[in-house]
Design a protein around this ligand. Structure first.
Ligand SMILES: Cc1ncc(COP(=O)(O)O)c(C=O)c1O
Length: 364
């Protein structure tokens, strides 16, 4: 019986050649592919600067540090995300404050944000869940009024646009990730984008041991990590981003096939972009359904892997100990219903018919 993973990267002959070419050179890191990937990415993201890093998590940590977030500061974010978003705040010594989402976008609730801002709030991390735009314009307006910086965690939103502007390019900093389940992959990797030159210079220092070139030598001028992306990874990322439009088109077709089979079905709510978003660049295809754990188990028996996105961060054992009283009504209500279906470009119309019919059978 054919098996269906939840996600799968699309690796072409061109991707393999691009990676192999790097292996023939002496530049396995800090070579021309890093620059080529960054240049192509900043064009896609319509941003002045792009800085590659070793992961989305590294990008979030550096973004916070470049904004000067440190010990004792508060950073407001959501719990309806992967732990990495909140872990990055802990990593820089700051205190995460998780607020609720709203049901239209599954992103941060602007009202909840307003209520959470205090004198200690230094930054806000907005997550575009599953690739769908959060209410970023409203959130930025609130943040500007309060003089607080905003980071867009656009790790899941590569290629989506709101009002014709790429997600990740609205806030002070946008952070992306390229794990193999993402719209495009570099194996592991991440990217920071900004229009602010000084922030970009900080990213470059922070990701490279705090070192700056002084003639032929390096001076260590700030604190820093090794969060560099290798040329091997960058070559794959660069080769993939050249096909981003085609990849998104293919993903759009898959959403259309799912819609064809599952739309207007009692008991299933399909994900939807707002009319202001103009692509179908979903990261994962998440439906809302009753008893998702039971259905996931039944689907596994037909070799169909489903996922539970997201398991709220504040309910994870580590964070539950830190925030035992925290209750986020919408986050918990939505998370109780989410089921991610297999979603990758290699799926055929026949595959989706099979997956959809199996899902419908599992619901009976
Ligand atoms: C919303 C979000 N933020 C952050 C990350 C972290 O990215 P990485 O796994 O590359 O560190 C991910 C990746 O799964 C993500 O989906």
């Amino acid at each position: 019986m054919k098996s269906y993973p939840l996600a799968q990267p699309e690796i072409t002959k061109e991707d393999r050649i691009a990676v192999n070419e790097v292996l023939k050179t002496a530049h396995l890191s800090r070579g021309p592919q890093v620059l080529a990937f960054e240049n192509k990415f900043k064009e896609m993201a319509q941003s002045n600067y792009a800085s590659s890093v070793s992961s989305g998590t590294a990008g979030l940590i550096i973004a916070l540090q470049a904004l000067g977030v440190s010990q004792g500061d508060e950073v407001i974010t959501v719990s309806f995300t992967v732990p990495a978003t909140v872990n990055s705040i802990i990593a820089v010594g700051a205190n995460p404050k998780m607020v609720d989402i709203e049901t239209q976008t599954l992103g941060m609730c602007p009202q909840a944000l307003k209520q959470a801002i205090t004198k200690k709030t230094k930054a806000i991390i907005v997550v575009h869940a599953f690739g769908k735009a959060a209410k970023i314009l409203e959130i930025i307006a609130i943040a500007n009024k309060a003089g607080i910086a905003v980071i867009e965690d656009a790790c899941e939103a590569i290629g989506n646009k709101l009002k014709n502007k790429p997600l990740g390019s609205f806030a002070d900093i946008g952070v992306f990730a390229f794990y193999p389940n993402k719209q495009i992959t570099s194996g592991e990797g991440g990217m920071l984008v900004t229009n602010n030159k000084s922030l970009h210079q900080k990213f470059e220092l922070l990701k490279n041991h705090g070192r700056s070139m002084n003639g032929d030598l390096y001076d260590q001028v700030s604190f820093g990590w090794n969060f560099r992306l290798s040329d091997i990874n960058a070559a794959l990322g660069h080769s993939q981003i050249k096909r981003l439009k085609q990849i998104i088109e293919k993903r759009k077709k898959i959403t259309e096939h799912y819609q064809q089979h599952l739309d207007n079905t009692d008991g299933i709510t399909l994900p939807q972009f707002s009319p202001q978003e103009n692509t179908s660049a979903w990261f994962v295809y998440v439906v809302l359904i009753k008893n998702p754990d039971l259905i996931k188990e039944k689907m596994t028996q037909s070799n169909i892997q489903c996922g539970r996105y997201f398991s709220p961060v504040h309910l994870q054992p580590f964070y539950k100990k830190l925030f035992p009283q925290l209750k986020l009504i919408q986050t918990e209500r939505i998370a109780n219903k989410t089921l991610a279906l297999p979603f990758y470009t290699q799926l055929t119309a026949k595959d989706i018919a099979f997956i959809s019919n199996t899902l419908l059978n599992c619901m009976n």
